[in-house]
Design a binder for this molecule. Structure first.
Ligand SMILES: [Zn+2]
Length: 288
């Protein structure tokens, strides 16, 4: 083989490596602390705890030991701690670029799906920018703008029904480098606020089924990493399965991961680190 053809072959090889897709599927069980998994797992074995990589996430926000879903989802979406109630904003009020916005700009397909109500905090932190999670006017208008570039479906009824068709859609969009998908099971939190243990378990079983479907996708698409976590714990659920409060707690939550880059999520990490690790997987660097 001549030097020239070796060079051409090398360039082609490099180009095909550079064009190789990396996909990230982030799955958030809102309010799902370690005892939610434990208690739901007593009646019926869960899929989530069988994932090969396990770690822990510190959840506190910029202004509180106990985060809300807005600040926690912003830590995941932007990689910075912010104040409770803030969506896609830093504590000083400046907008932060979210992983969904950055992925879309860099040529990835982006999908955001949740059982939350239409302006719910967790999905909104990926495409809206406001200092109040209750500012539904700004959230609606930011959602509409983002919906032109991302596949957004909030609310959906059962998150498990969405996984297969949405991942098929995202992975077949033409000329994309890969995709970033968020699936949220929002009602694990809602039921826990009401201390409704049986209701919480039903929501968690649906979320668990969604995780199984995402891992099935990753099994046949080995360039995919699935990350399963919560934003915070809700209800102070004990290991004997009784709720001790109606609100959130500051407990660490668990992360489970599967796929090519799952090992990144081992050990104890801050919630802002989750963003940096996802950005390393998708963009090759955690720097913005
Ligand atoms: Zn909550």
């Amino acid at each position: 083989m001549s030097f020239k053809s070796t060079l051409v072959l090398g360039t082609l090889l490099f180009a095909s490596l550079a064009a190789k897709a990396d996909n990230v599927i982030l799955m958030i069980g809102d309010g799902m602390g370690p005892n939610h998994l434990k208690c739901a797992g007593i009646d019926k074995p869960l899929y989530i705890p069988t994932l090969p990589v396990k770690g822990w996430v510190i959840t506190k926000s910029a202004d509180s030991e106990i985060t809300d879903s807005a600040a926690s989802a912003t830590a995941y979406s932007c990689g910075y701690k912010t104040n409770n109630k803030y969506l896609g904003k830093l504590p000083d009020g400046k907008n932060c670029l979210t992983i969904a916005e950055e992925a879309e700009r860099k040529g990835f397909a982006v999908g955001i799906y949740s059982t939350d109500y239409s302006t719910g905090a967790t999905p909104s932190a990926f495409y809206a920018h406001t200092q109040s999670r209750y500012d539904s006017k700004t959230i609606k208008s930011d959602k509409e703008k983002a919906g032109k570039k991302m596949d957004i479906a909030v609310p959906v009824k059962h998150i498990s029904d969405e996984v297969k068709p949405r991942l098929k859609k995202l992975s077949h969009m033409p000329d994309k480098k890969g995709f970033f998908a968020l699936f949220e099971g929002a009602k694990i939190d809602t039921k826990s606020h009401k201390n409704d243990l049986e209701g919480m378990k039903k929501e968690l079983y649906d979320f668990d089924y969604a995780v199984m479907k995402a891992v099935n996708f990753a099994y046949s698409h080995p360039d995919t990493t699935v990350i399963v976590l919560a934003d915070h714990e809700t209800g102070g659920l004990t290991d004997s399965c009784s709720y001790t409060r109606k609100g959130h707690t500051g407990q660490n939550i668990q992360v489970h991961a599967y796929g090519q880059h799952a090992n990144l999520f081992k050990g104890v990490q801050d919630n802002t680190d989750i963003n940096k690790k996802i950005r390393t997987i998708l963009f090759g660097s955690s720097k913005k």
